[in-house]
Design a protein. Structure first.
Lengths: 273, 185
């Protein structure tokens, strides 16, 4: 008997445009995951096992819950696009080190199922799923979510011995508390309810610079700002290493996923309110 | 579509109509891609055989015009008309012959960034999908020039231009889709 011949592929008659730039959602997710690699590595470096357990628990459970939820809902399983893995990693980097894996899994469940799938899956969610997971965890388990572990000391001592210039000190308090305690002049909020004029914003910037320029306070202000970059504060897994975060942000700007004007405008927002 | 100056001069000085035009025959499925002066009315098949040296292998896509705004046809039995600017033939292995499945819109905003008419292609396409013709008209569907920049950049491979074109046809025929039997309302 003759083997069944598969029919030759037909000529495709599709709508214009007939070419595509080649970008995919998976590629965008991959780029963001790459941008988060420095932060993840720094988290693992400073917190070792506590970081690894939280990150693995979040990522694996996020992928599992997305597959399970899509199967239950009868949708096509789209775990391949990497969005669940990204949500899991973002959630892990928002959590404090040493959080119990069960809580991390619960956070993943809230993030993926309640924060994303309930709204309709990728692209239909109103909120960032990772932060929904963190918000639910914070509201339900405030005690566990606000116990910050210190970084592993042996690493710190080795590094500060190796690089004498970088002052890798472990701070007891969060950087914002330090700044508030040691600030020279509290920033006056703009009283008017309307949009601040350019002149008002400029005068506010000048006031900040003057506060920086006061000779007796300049050193402490510069020191505080500088220490944000070189020291490791208590915080969640992703908060500890500022240069790693900056590196990820610059990578995303370079790849074109973020408009560079977004970052300065977000930073200037609290000054204008 | 625009004829070069030499053709205009020919039309004015020698009182000749436009009976031939330069056609770009290209793509990876033709043997000799190039620009050929062909008579209007020649069949595509004849142009490819006699001028461009024939087809190399299996043809997967035939485009009249350019890759962004041209239209695809199913065979080479069409004539060259005055407005035919190009004839592109692509093999089965070429990426143009592959149709990628549409995924959900991730609201990245790339289509808005590149639209030359400053429209919101994803909003219009979603309104057309939900058959909300008033919403589509309110989003200025009539201003779309169907250039294809939005679909070119969409990471979810949504055929935005196709949705917009369908929406225009539905709106022009009062929501019924005209006499096209494939449009079921």
């Amino acid at each position: 008997m003759d083997p069944i011949k598969t029919p030759a592929r037909l000529i495709l008659v599709s709508s214009s445009p007939h070419i595509h730039c080649g970008s995919t959602v998976s590629a965008a997710m991959r780029d963001v995951l790459l941008a988060l690699v420095p932060v993840t590595l720094s988290a693992v470096w400073f917190f070792r096992l506590e970081a690894v357990t939280v990150i693995l628990a979040c990522c694996l459970s996020a992928v599992f819950f997305e597959a399970l939820c899509q199967k239950v809902m009868g949708c096509a399983i789209t775990v391949k696009d990497g969005s669940a893995l990204l949500t899991g990693l973002l959630l892990a980097l928002c959590l404090p080190p040493g959080l119990s894996p069960m809580l991390a899994v619960f956070g993943s469940f809230c993030a993926i199922v309640i924060g994303k799938q309930v709204f309709g899956g990728l692209g239909n969610n109103i909120f960032n799923p990772a932060h929904i997971g963190r918000a639910i965890l914070l509201a339900s388990m405030p005690q566990q979510m606000t116990t910050w572990l210190p970084p592993v000391h042996s690493f710190i001592d080795n590094i500060s011995n190796a690089f004498g210039s970088i002052n890798l000190q472990y701070q007891q308090q969060k950087p914002l508390t330090l700044l508030i305690q040691q600030s020279t002049r509290p920033l006056q909020p703009l009283r008017s309810a309307s949009m601040p004029s350019v002149q008002q914003l400029l005068s506010l910037c000048c006031a900040c610079l003057k506060a920086c320029g006061k000779k007796d306070k300049r050193q402490t202000n510069c020191q505080i700002c500088g220490r944000c970059f070189s020291e490791i504060f208590r915080g969640s897994l992703g908060e500890t290493c500022v240069p790693a975060i900056l590196l990820g942000g610059l990578f995303l700007i370079w790849r074109g996923h973020v408009d560079w004007r977004a970052y300065p405008s977000i930073i200037c927002l609290p000054f204008s309110l | 579509m625009l004829q070069p100056r030499c053709k205009q001069r020919q039309a004015v000085e020698k009182d000749l109509p436009c009976y031939e035009r330069v056609l770009t025959v290209s793509g990876d499925a033709v043997n000799k891609p190039g620009n050929y002066l062909v008579r209007i009315g020649s069949l595509y098949g004849d142009v490819v055989e006699k001028a461009a040296g024939g087809i190399t292998g299996d043809v997967g896509k035939i485009l009249c015009g350019g890759p962004m705004m041209g239209f695809a046809v199913g065979s080479l039995q069409y004539p060259v008309i005055k407005g035919t600017t190009g004839l592109l033939l692509f093999s089965q292995n070429s990426p143009l012959a592959h149709f990628l499945a549409e995924e959900t819109c991730v609201r990245c905003g790339r289509c808005l960034e590149v639209c030359p008419m400053f429209l919101e292609p994803t909003v219009i396409a979603k309104a057309v999908k939900r058959r909300k013709w008033m919403d589509a008209a309110a989003s200025d569907i009539a201003s779309c020039i169907e250039c294809g920049c939005c679909s070119y950049n969409c990471p979810s491979h949504i055929p935005l231009v196709q949705y917009i074109r369908m929406g225009k046809q539905f709106i022009m025929t009062g929501g019924s889709g005209g006499c096209n039997p494939l449009f079921k309302n």
